[in-house]
Ligand binder design. Structure first.
Ligand SMILES: Cc1cc2nc3c(=O)[nH]c(=O)nc-3n(C[C@H](O)[C@H](O)[C@H](O)COP(=O)(O)OP(=O)(O)OC[C@H]3O[C@@H](n4cnc5c(N)ncnc54)[C@H](O)[C@@H]3O)c2cc1C
Length: 372
């Protein structure tokens, strides 16, 4: 991505961070024996990048969403696990606090998150169904100056390593009966399960968050009681732009691998399917433009629900198609488990699932067509 759209100082910092901190651990992350998610965010903090969207007054870099997507794409091009860890921390794990937090909550948490001292996470999905978030079962019952939270969240990125979870729980009925809470991992009753053994993204932890009668001070409710669904949907609108950037990075990394292999074939006077390479370039480039457009809308304070859905759908379908084409172009070497094209194909698939499946993105887009 050209850096002309992003803060020049941040652009330089991003390149140096990826080279110094991500490249050396990428192979280990892909195997699942790299540093923990928290260590990845600490390293970003040391480079001044763990709070890209957080104002400088709270210890962040005071950057824009153009900076944020540049960061996520650049990391994902090298390692998709680190990209999703950082994406969740920066977007859905921090942004709701920026948008809905009061001064006291911002003072208590933003600096730690922005410096990478704390790892942020977002807990909406439950085992019974993530697409229909309104049917969630986790409850928050008011008891004096606190709420008592009871329930279980599933498929939570960084569960087991995060310090702060933004948790959606039921305080009433229907969509207006959901509230958002800032829950510290150290509080009694907060437990996590063993991370899932996933098809890809082996360096990113995904697991259960169990809330067993967790007493949360009312001062840790994020926004008014009953606005939790709005908090979650607004977080996901912006979050999907980050996932779109992650997908563009994976597609670009796959194209890099395919090009390297094709150059070797050419040097050996072997045939190369240049039309496949051209198609990969076109799709990756188109996905990047859609992602940039959606990020520009967020930066302009415009509603981004439709354009984030379009970008997320197109980019994540693209990263699966491009990484699959890369495996073909790199064959037979790409049959090896640790081949860069094989790693990216496995990593790509989850992008079509999280932060709303691509079927759900199509429902969002169709709703717009019908003005629903
Ligand atoms: C690696 C990974 C990390 C994740 N990280 C997080 C996280 O940090 N925080 C968090 O809260 N969640 C997280 N998730 C959960 C993710 O957001 C959900 O998996 C996703 O939203 C889908 O929900 P579900 O798995 O419950 O599937 P379901 O909602 O049960 O859907 C099952 C299938 O039915 C389809 N479907 C459902 N409804 C419709 C419909 N109306 N029309 C058409 N098709 C439909 C879906 O597309 C899907 O194919 C993560 C998931 C993964 C895989």
């Amino acid at each position: 991505m050209s850096t002309e759209l992003v803060d020049a100082a941040l652009g330089g910092r991003i390149g140096a961070f990826v080279e110094d901190a991500i490249l050396p651990i990428a192979a280990a992350m892909a195997r699942g024996d790299g540093p923990s998610p928290k260590r990845v965010v600490e390293a970003a903090g040391e480079a001044g990048l763990a709070g890209i969207l957080t104002p400088e007054a709270y210890g962040g870099a005071g950057g824009t969403h153009a900076d944020f997507i540049e960061f996520i794409e650049t990391v994902a091009r090298v390692d998709a696990s680190c990209a999703v860890i950082l994406d969740v921390h920066l977007s859905v794990g921090t942004e709701p606090l920026l948008v809905f937090g009061n001064d006291d909550q911002k003072l208590r948490y933003l600096r730690k998150l922005a410096r990478g001292e704390w790892l942020g996470a977002f807990a909406l999905t439950e085992a019974a169904g993530g697409s229909d978030a309104v049917s969630m079962q986790t409850r928050a019952v008011r008891d004096g100056d606190s709420y008592v939270l009871d329930g279980a969240k599933a498929f939570i990125t960084s569960a087991g390593d995060a310090d702060l979870y933004i948790v959606m729980a039921r305080t009433g009925e229907g969509a207006h009966g959901i509230s958002a809470f800032l829950v510290e991992s150290a509080w009694p009753g907060v437990r996590t399960g063993t991370p899932l053994a996933k098809m890809g993204l082996h360096g990113s932890w995904t697991g259960e968050l169990i809330l067993d009668k967790v007493r949360v001070p009312a001062s840790n409710r994020l926004g008014d009681e009953g606005v939790g669904f709005t908090v979650a949907m607004s977080a996901l609108d912006s979050g999907r732009v980050g996932i779109s950037a992650q997908a563009v990075g994976i597609a670009q990394g796959s194209l890099d691998a395919a090009l390297a292999s094709s150059r070797r074939r050419r040097a050996a006077d072997l045939d190369v399917d240049v039309t496949a390479l051209a198609d990969m370039e076109v799709r990756t480039s188109a996905a990047r433009h859609l992602t940039r457009y959606a990020a520009a809308l967020v930066d302009a304070g415009r509603r981004v629900t439709l354009d984030a859905a379009i970008a997320k759908l197109y980019s994540t379908d693209t990263c699966v198609a491009v990484s699959q084409a890369a495996v073909d172009l790199c064959a037979p070497d790409s049959a090896a488990e640790d081949h860069p094209a094989a790693v990216r194909l496995r990593d790509a698939k989850a992008c079509q699932i999280y932060e709303g499946t691509n079927q759900i993105q199509r429902v969002v887009i169709a709703r717009h067509l019908f003005n629903d």
